[in-house]
Design a protein around this ligand. Sequence first.
Ligand SMILES: [Zn+2]
Length: 359
Amino acid sequence: MISISQFSLLCLRCAAYGLIASIIWLNTSAYAKAEEKASVSKTSPPKQVENIYDSRKILYDKMSVLTNIPWYRLAAIDQYERTMTKAHPKDRKHPERLTGIFMSEPAWTGWLNPDPKDVNPKSIEIFAGYGRDGSGDGIADANNDVDVLYSMASHLLKYGYADDDFYIALWDYYQNSRAVQRIQQFAKIYQTFDRLDLFEHAFPLPIGNSYAYHDTWGSARGWGGNRIHEGTDLFAYYGLPVRSTCYGIIEVKGWNPFGGWRIGIRDLENRYHYYAHLSGYNKSINIGDVVTPGQTIGWVGSSGYGKPGTQGKFPPHLHYGIYRDRGLVEWSFDPYPLLRQWEIEERKRLKKGKTVPSS
Ligand SMILES: [Zn+2]
Protein backbone atom coordinates (compact mmCIF):
# COMPACT_ATOMS: atom_id res chain seq x y z
CA MET A 1 0.00 0.00 0.00
CA ILE A 2 1.12 3.52 -0.68
CA SER A 3 0.82 5.99 2.22
CA ILE A 4 -0.69 9.44 1.80
CA SER A 5 2.64 11.13 2.40
CA GLN A 6 4.27 8.88 -0.22
CA PHE A 7 1.43 9.62 -2.58
CA SER A 8 1.70 13.38 -2.15
CA LEU A 9 5.46 13.07 -2.62
CA LEU A 10 4.81 11.20 -5.86
CA CYS A 11 2.35 13.86 -6.93
CA LEU A 12 4.89 16.57 -6.16
CA ARG A 13 7.43 14.72 -8.24
CA CYS A 14 4.91 14.31 -11.06
CA ALA A 15 4.06 17.99 -10.88
CA ALA A 16 7.77 18.84 -10.97
CA TYR A 17 8.26 16.59 -13.98
CA GLY A 18 5.23 18.15 -15.61
CA LEU A 19 6.60 21.63 -15.01
CA ILE A 20 10.06 20.77 -16.34
CA ALA A 21 8.41 18.97 -19.22
CA SER A 22 6.30 21.94 -20.18
CA ILE A 23 9.33 24.23 -20.07
CA ILE A 24 11.47 21.91 -22.14
CA TRP A 25 8.77 20.97 -24.62
CA LEU A 26 7.40 24.37 -25.42
CA ASN A 27 8.25 24.12 -29.07
CA THR A 28 6.70 20.75 -29.89
CA SER A 29 5.34 22.18 -33.14
CA ALA A 30 8.95 22.06 -34.40
CA TYR A 31 8.76 18.30 -34.06
CA ALA A 32 5.56 18.15 -36.04
CA LYS A 33 7.22 20.15 -38.82
CA ALA A 34 10.26 17.88 -38.81
CA GLU A 35 7.95 14.91 -38.98
CA GLU A 36 6.13 16.36 -41.97
CA LYS A 37 9.40 16.96 -43.73
CA ALA A 38 10.68 13.50 -42.87
CA SER A 39 7.69 11.68 -44.31
CA VAL A 40 7.59 13.46 -47.67
CA SER A 41 8.39 10.52 -49.94
CA LYS A 42 10.70 7.62 -50.43
CA THR A 43 12.42 9.39 -53.29
CA SER A 44 13.45 12.34 -51.13
CA PRO A 45 17.12 13.26 -51.35
CA PRO A 46 19.40 11.93 -48.57
CA LYS A 47 19.30 15.30 -46.77
CA GLN A 48 15.69 14.59 -45.76
CA VAL A 49 16.77 11.31 -44.19
CA GLU A 50 19.43 13.12 -42.19
CA ASN A 51 16.67 15.37 -40.88
CA ILE A 52 14.89 12.37 -39.39
CA TYR A 53 18.04 11.34 -37.53
CA ASP A 54 18.69 14.90 -36.41
CA SER A 55 15.13 15.36 -35.22
CA ARG A 56 15.15 12.04 -33.41
CA LYS A 57 18.49 12.77 -31.77
CA ILE A 58 17.17 16.11 -30.49
CA LEU A 59 14.12 14.31 -29.09
CA TYR A 60 16.24 11.63 -27.34
CA ASP A 61 18.73 14.18 -26.01
CA LYS A 62 16.01 16.36 -24.53
CA MET A 63 14.31 13.36 -22.96
CA SER A 64 17.66 12.31 -21.58
CA VAL A 65 18.18 15.73 -19.98
CA LEU A 66 14.69 15.50 -18.52
CA THR A 67 14.97 11.98 -17.12
CA ASN A 68 18.72 11.23 -16.90
CA ILE A 69 18.16 8.10 -18.97
CA PRO A 70 21.02 7.80 -21.51
CA TRP A 71 19.82 8.78 -24.98
CA TYR A 72 21.10 5.54 -26.52
CA ARG A 73 18.75 3.45 -24.34
CA LEU A 74 15.76 5.46 -25.52
CA ALA A 75 17.03 5.26 -29.10
CA ALA A 76 17.49 1.48 -28.80
CA ILE A 77 13.94 0.86 -27.57
CA ASP A 78 12.55 3.21 -30.19
CA GLN A 79 14.47 1.49 -32.99
CA TYR A 80 13.53 -2.00 -31.78
CA GLU A 81 9.88 -0.98 -31.79
CA ARG A 82 10.28 0.40 -35.31
CA THR A 83 11.57 -2.97 -36.51
CA MET A 84 8.60 -4.69 -34.87
CA THR A 85 6.21 -2.38 -36.71
CA LYS A 86 7.97 -3.26 -39.95
CA ALA A 87 7.50 -6.96 -39.17
CA HIS A 88 3.87 -6.60 -37.99
CA PRO A 89 2.42 -3.54 -39.74
CA LYS A 90 -1.22 -4.65 -39.38
CA ASP A 91 -1.04 -5.15 -35.62
CA ARG A 92 0.85 -1.95 -34.93
CA LYS A 93 -0.90 0.75 -36.93
CA HIS A 94 0.05 4.28 -35.97
CA PRO A 95 0.37 7.57 -37.87
CA GLU A 96 3.75 8.50 -39.33
CA ARG A 97 5.81 9.98 -36.48
CA LEU A 98 9.38 10.33 -35.25
CA THR A 99 9.06 7.72 -32.52
CA GLY A 100 8.56 4.04 -33.26
CA ILE A 101 7.27 2.96 -29.85
CA PHE A 102 3.83 1.43 -30.12
CA MET A 103 1.59 0.80 -27.14
CA SER A 104 -1.82 -0.84 -27.55
CA GLU A 105 -4.86 1.02 -26.20
CA PRO A 106 -5.15 -1.11 -23.05
CA ALA A 107 -1.41 -0.84 -22.41
CA TRP A 108 -1.59 2.93 -22.77
CA THR A 109 -4.76 3.55 -20.73
CA GLY A 110 -4.58 0.59 -18.34
CA TRP A 111 -6.12 -2.86 -18.76
CA LEU A 112 -8.99 -2.19 -16.33
CA ASN A 113 -9.66 1.35 -17.52
CA PRO A 114 -13.35 1.56 -18.57
CA ASP A 115 -12.40 4.22 -21.13
CA PRO A 116 -10.16 2.63 -23.80
CA LYS A 117 -9.58 6.08 -25.35
CA ASP A 118 -8.64 7.75 -22.06
CA VAL A 119 -6.17 10.63 -22.50
CA ASN A 120 -6.31 11.93 -18.93
CA PRO A 121 -2.86 11.29 -17.40
CA LYS A 122 -4.33 11.11 -13.88
CA SER A 123 -6.92 8.42 -14.55
CA ILE A 124 -4.47 6.53 -16.77
CA GLU A 125 -2.04 6.43 -13.86
CA ILE A 126 -4.77 5.20 -11.49
CA PHE A 127 -5.46 2.30 -13.87
CA ALA A 128 -1.72 1.60 -14.17
CA GLY A 129 -1.55 2.43 -17.88
CA TYR A 130 1.79 3.40 -19.39
CA GLY A 131 0.47 6.62 -20.96
CA ARG A 132 1.96 9.86 -19.69
CA ASP A 133 1.89 13.50 -20.72
CA GLY A 134 5.42 14.57 -21.58
CA SER A 135 4.53 17.58 -23.70
CA GLY A 136 2.82 19.44 -20.87
CA ASP A 137 -0.53 19.97 -22.60
CA GLY A 138 -2.43 17.93 -20.03
CA ILE A 139 -3.16 15.15 -22.53
CA ALA A 140 -1.51 11.74 -22.68
CA ASP A 141 -1.57 11.23 -26.44
CA ALA A 142 -0.38 7.81 -27.68
CA ASN A 143 0.62 9.40 -30.98
CA ASN A 144 2.47 12.42 -29.67
CA ASP A 145 6.22 11.80 -29.99
CA VAL A 146 7.07 13.44 -26.69
CA ASP A 147 4.27 11.74 -24.78
CA VAL A 148 5.18 8.34 -26.20
CA LEU A 149 8.88 8.64 -25.39
CA TYR A 150 8.20 10.17 -21.98
CA SER A 151 5.84 7.29 -21.17
CA MET A 152 8.54 4.74 -21.92
CA ALA A 153 11.12 6.80 -20.01
CA SER A 154 8.74 6.93 -17.03
CA HIS A 155 8.56 3.14 -17.07
CA LEU A 156 12.38 2.88 -17.08
CA LEU A 157 12.64 5.46 -14.28
CA LYS A 158 10.75 3.16 -11.91
CA TYR A 159 13.69 0.75 -11.98
CA GLY A 160 16.78 2.92 -11.91
CA TYR A 161 19.78 3.68 -14.07
CA ALA A 162 22.18 0.73 -13.70
CA ASP A 163 22.59 -1.79 -16.53
CA ASP A 164 20.77 -4.40 -14.41
CA ASP A 165 17.91 -1.97 -13.77
CA PHE A 166 17.58 -1.40 -17.49
CA TYR A 167 17.56 -5.16 -18.08
CA ILE A 168 14.79 -5.72 -15.51
CA ALA A 169 12.74 -2.78 -16.81
CA LEU A 170 12.92 -4.21 -20.33
CA TRP A 171 12.09 -7.71 -19.14
CA ASP A 172 9.05 -6.49 -17.18
CA TYR A 173 7.81 -4.53 -20.17
CA TYR A 174 8.38 -7.05 -22.97
CA GLN A 175 8.38 -10.40 -21.12
CA ASN A 176 10.52 -11.63 -24.00
CA SER A 177 14.23 -12.34 -23.68
CA ARG A 178 14.80 -11.77 -27.40
CA ALA A 179 13.42 -8.25 -27.18
CA VAL A 180 15.60 -7.53 -24.16
CA GLN A 181 18.71 -8.82 -25.95
CA ARG A 182 17.99 -6.83 -29.11
CA ILE A 183 17.48 -3.58 -27.25
CA GLN A 184 20.68 -4.06 -25.26
CA GLN A 185 22.52 -4.78 -28.52
CA PHE A 186 21.08 -1.69 -30.19
CA ALA A 187 21.97 0.43 -27.17
CA LYS A 188 25.59 -0.71 -27.36
CA ILE A 189 25.79 0.11 -31.07
CA TYR A 190 24.35 3.59 -30.56
CA GLN A 191 26.54 4.23 -27.53
CA THR A 192 29.67 3.14 -29.43
CA PHE A 193 29.14 5.40 -32.43
CA ASP A 194 27.31 8.18 -30.60
CA ARG A 195 25.01 8.81 -33.55
CA LEU A 196 21.87 7.45 -35.21
CA ASP A 197 22.69 7.28 -38.93
CA LEU A 198 24.21 3.79 -38.98
CA PHE A 199 22.51 2.21 -41.96
CA GLU A 200 25.18 2.23 -44.65
CA HIS A 201 26.43 -1.06 -46.03
CA ALA A 202 29.45 -2.69 -47.63
CA PHE A 203 29.77 -5.69 -49.91
CA PRO A 204 30.96 -8.74 -47.90
CA LEU A 205 33.99 -9.35 -50.15
CA PRO A 206 36.56 -6.75 -51.20
CA ILE A 207 35.53 -5.32 -54.58
CA GLY A 208 38.10 -5.79 -57.34
CA ASN A 209 38.95 -9.37 -56.35
CA SER A 210 37.72 -12.38 -58.23
CA TYR A 211 34.50 -13.81 -56.89
CA ALA A 212 31.26 -15.06 -58.37
CA TYR A 213 27.73 -15.29 -57.06
CA HIS A 214 24.24 -15.69 -58.36
CA ASP A 215 20.78 -16.01 -56.90
CA THR A 216 20.56 -19.47 -55.31
CA TRP A 217 18.18 -18.69 -52.47
CA GLY A 218 15.53 -21.34 -51.92
CA SER A 219 17.17 -24.09 -53.98
CA ALA A 220 17.47 -27.58 -52.46
CA ARG A 221 20.69 -28.68 -50.84
CA GLY A 222 21.94 -32.09 -49.88
CA TRP A 223 23.90 -32.29 -46.67
CA GLY A 224 22.02 -32.73 -43.38
CA GLY A 225 18.59 -33.76 -44.70
CA ASN A 226 16.01 -31.81 -46.63
CA ARG A 227 16.76 -28.14 -46.27
CA ILE A 228 16.40 -25.23 -48.60
CA HIS A 229 19.27 -22.92 -49.29
CA GLU A 230 18.78 -19.88 -47.04
CA GLY A 231 21.36 -17.56 -48.49
CA THR A 232 23.66 -16.68 -51.34
CA ASP A 233 26.94 -18.48 -52.02
CA LEU A 234 29.79 -16.20 -53.04
CA PHE A 235 32.54 -18.32 -54.56
CA ALA A 236 36.07 -17.00 -54.06
CA TYR A 237 39.55 -18.23 -53.25
CA TYR A 238 40.68 -19.39 -49.81
CA GLY A 239 41.71 -16.57 -47.55
CA LEU A 240 39.89 -13.69 -49.25
CA PRO A 241 38.77 -11.31 -46.46
CA VAL A 242 35.13 -11.51 -45.40
CA ARG A 243 33.78 -8.18 -44.23
CA SER A 244 30.85 -7.02 -42.19
CA THR A 245 28.13 -5.67 -44.47
CA CYS A 246 26.67 -3.41 -41.79
CA TYR A 247 27.06 -1.50 -38.58
CA GLY A 248 26.22 -4.13 -36.02
CA ILE A 249 27.18 -6.31 -33.10
CA ILE A 250 28.65 -9.81 -33.07
CA GLU A 251 25.90 -12.11 -31.82
CA VAL A 252 27.28 -15.54 -32.66
CA LYS A 253 30.77 -16.88 -33.28
CA GLY A 254 31.82 -20.52 -33.34
CA TRP A 255 31.37 -23.89 -35.00
CA ASN A 256 28.14 -25.21 -36.40
CA PRO A 257 28.00 -28.59 -38.23
CA PHE A 258 26.23 -26.97 -41.22
CA GLY A 259 27.97 -23.62 -41.35
CA GLY A 260 31.43 -24.58 -40.12
CA TRP A 261 33.23 -21.62 -38.61
CA ARG A 262 30.58 -18.94 -38.75
CA ILE A 263 29.83 -15.48 -37.47
CA GLY A 264 26.44 -13.86 -36.91
CA ILE A 265 26.02 -10.10 -36.79
CA ARG A 266 22.90 -8.21 -35.70
CA ASP A 267 22.20 -4.84 -37.31
CA LEU A 268 19.93 -1.98 -36.25
CA GLU A 269 17.20 -3.11 -38.62
CA ASN A 270 16.98 -6.24 -36.49
CA ARG A 271 18.45 -8.38 -39.24
CA TYR A 272 20.84 -11.21 -38.49
CA HIS A 273 23.69 -11.47 -41.01
CA TYR A 274 25.11 -14.97 -41.18
CA TYR A 275 28.59 -15.65 -42.60
CA ALA A 276 29.45 -19.35 -42.91
CA HIS A 277 32.20 -21.76 -44.03
CA LEU A 278 34.98 -19.37 -42.96
CA SER A 279 38.57 -20.62 -42.89
CA GLY A 280 39.16 -18.49 -39.80
CA TYR A 281 38.10 -15.46 -37.81
CA ASN A 282 39.58 -12.09 -37.15
CA LYS A 283 40.92 -12.97 -33.68
CA SER A 284 40.29 -9.53 -32.27
CA ILE A 285 36.53 -9.88 -32.80
CA ASN A 286 34.39 -11.42 -30.08
CA ILE A 287 30.74 -11.82 -29.21
CA GLY A 288 29.36 -8.44 -28.12
CA ASP A 289 31.86 -6.43 -30.16
CA VAL A 290 30.59 -3.69 -32.41
CA VAL A 291 31.62 -3.70 -36.08
CA THR A 292 31.50 -1.28 -39.01
CA PRO A 293 30.66 -1.96 -42.67
CA GLY A 294 33.77 -3.16 -44.49
CA GLN A 295 35.53 -4.36 -41.34
CA THR A 296 37.26 -7.74 -41.82
CA ILE A 297 35.64 -10.40 -39.64
CA GLY A 298 37.19 -13.56 -41.14
CA TRP A 299 38.37 -15.25 -44.34
CA VAL A 300 36.76 -17.33 -47.08
CA GLY A 301 37.07 -21.07 -46.57
CA SER A 302 35.28 -24.40 -46.91
CA SER A 303 34.65 -25.36 -43.29
CA GLY A 304 31.53 -27.28 -42.28
CA TYR A 305 29.47 -30.39 -42.99
CA GLY A 306 30.95 -32.33 -40.10
CA LYS A 307 32.65 -32.14 -36.72
CA PRO A 308 34.66 -29.06 -35.73
CA GLY A 309 37.52 -28.45 -38.12
CA THR A 310 36.01 -30.33 -41.07
CA GLN A 311 36.81 -28.58 -44.34
CA GLY A 312 37.27 -29.19 -48.03
CA LYS A 313 33.98 -31.03 -48.61
CA PHE A 314 32.98 -28.38 -51.17
CA PRO A 315 34.72 -25.55 -53.05
CA PRO A 316 35.63 -22.52 -50.92
CA HIS A 317 32.89 -19.92 -50.72
CA LEU A 318 31.19 -17.52 -48.37
CA HIS A 319 27.67 -18.53 -47.52
CA TYR A 320 25.85 -15.32 -46.67
CA GLY A 321 22.32 -15.30 -45.26
CA ILE A 322 20.05 -12.66 -43.75
CA TYR A 323 17.26 -13.32 -41.26
CA ARG A 324 14.70 -10.84 -40.03
CA ASP A 325 13.64 -10.99 -36.39
CA ARG A 326 9.85 -10.83 -36.15
CA GLY A 327 9.76 -10.77 -32.35
CA LEU A 328 9.41 -14.45 -31.52
CA VAL A 329 10.75 -16.09 -34.68
CA GLU A 330 13.22 -15.25 -37.40
CA TRP A 331 12.65 -15.62 -41.11
CA SER A 332 15.25 -15.95 -43.80
CA PHE A 333 14.92 -13.77 -46.86
CA ASP A 334 16.83 -13.64 -50.11
CA PRO A 335 19.97 -11.50 -49.66
CA TYR A 336 20.81 -11.49 -53.38
CA PRO A 337 19.12 -8.17 -54.32
CA LEU A 338 20.80 -6.44 -51.37
CA LEU A 339 24.19 -7.90 -52.31
CA ARG A 340 23.81 -6.54 -55.83
CA GLN A 341 22.80 -3.15 -54.47
CA TRP A 342 25.70 -2.97 -51.98
CA GLU A 343 28.17 -4.05 -54.65
CA ILE A 344 27.01 -1.27 -56.99
CA GLU A 345 27.05 1.32 -54.20
CA GLU A 346 30.54 0.31 -53.13
CA ARG A 347 31.85 0.50 -56.71
CA LYS A 348 30.50 4.06 -56.90
CA ARG A 349 32.18 4.96 -53.60
CA LEU A 350 35.48 3.47 -54.79
CA LYS A 351 35.30 5.60 -57.92
CA LYS A 352 35.06 8.62 -55.66
CA GLY A 353 38.11 7.43 -53.72
CA LYS A 354 36.22 6.25 -50.63
CA THR A 355 36.83 2.74 -49.38
CA VAL A 356 34.23 2.26 -46.65
CA PRO A 357 31.04 4.11 -45.73
CA SER A 358 31.54 7.48 -44.14
CA SER A 359 32.44 6.31 -40.66
ZN1 LIG B 1 25.35 -21.57 -49.12
